[in-house]
Design a binder for this molecule. Sequence first.
Ligand SMILES: [Zn+2]
Length: 246
Amino acid sequence: MVDAAFPDAAAFWKKARAFEKLAEQGTKRKKGFATYAPEVLPSDKKGNPAFPQVWRADARVRRAIAGMSYGFCAYCQSPVSSTHPGTKGEDRPPGQVEHFRPKARFPVQAYAWDNYFLACMGCNGAKHDKWPAGGYVRPDEGNPGSRFVFTEDGAMKGRKGDDQAERTVKDLQLNRPWLSYHRGRTIQTHLVFVRRMIAHSEMPIENLLVEPPAAFSEAINQNVRRAWVSGRRKKKPSRVQPRRAR
Ligand SMILES: [Zn+2]
């Protein structure tokens, strides 16, 4: 499927492998693969050498990628599917297919399954072909959400000392104005309900957390946990109502 999209697939893979042997942060590598070996790439509509977008053309690929993050951007947890007309049905899921390791710098991984994530235009556009030394936080590795701190106003930052997380926030512009606005509003709306529950009931914390996948679930849950801890601290023992026996 991939090989058929190239004029000479063997030549592409050979050049791609040679390119990835160059220094990762060297000038040649930073200029991108299309500059290094334009002759092995087919031309796009404008006549420029470009990677054939097999990930767009194949419905199975697009469906699976959208399914991986349930229509949410893998980086900022925005619901990208809600802003999409959706008229093409499930074969044309919303959002953009994002190459975690940019194909311009890692051409061998341009068609590697585990290099694809569903992303919103904001994150994909900001990240573009950037790849600093050490790269970024992978959305599907370990517990990526725990490497960031989300505050009630919608702002976020990498945990202290976690350079990779801090770079991810900065380069993907995860504090861009409208994103942090919506994240903050979502957290605050949820906290109004949560604080009421903490003040007037003995509901366990598990019942107050948002079940992922949901928009901004990590940001919400961090704030719920903080509100819960501070609510318990403030609560005087005399005010705590014992659970009624049924
Ligand atoms: Zn995003």
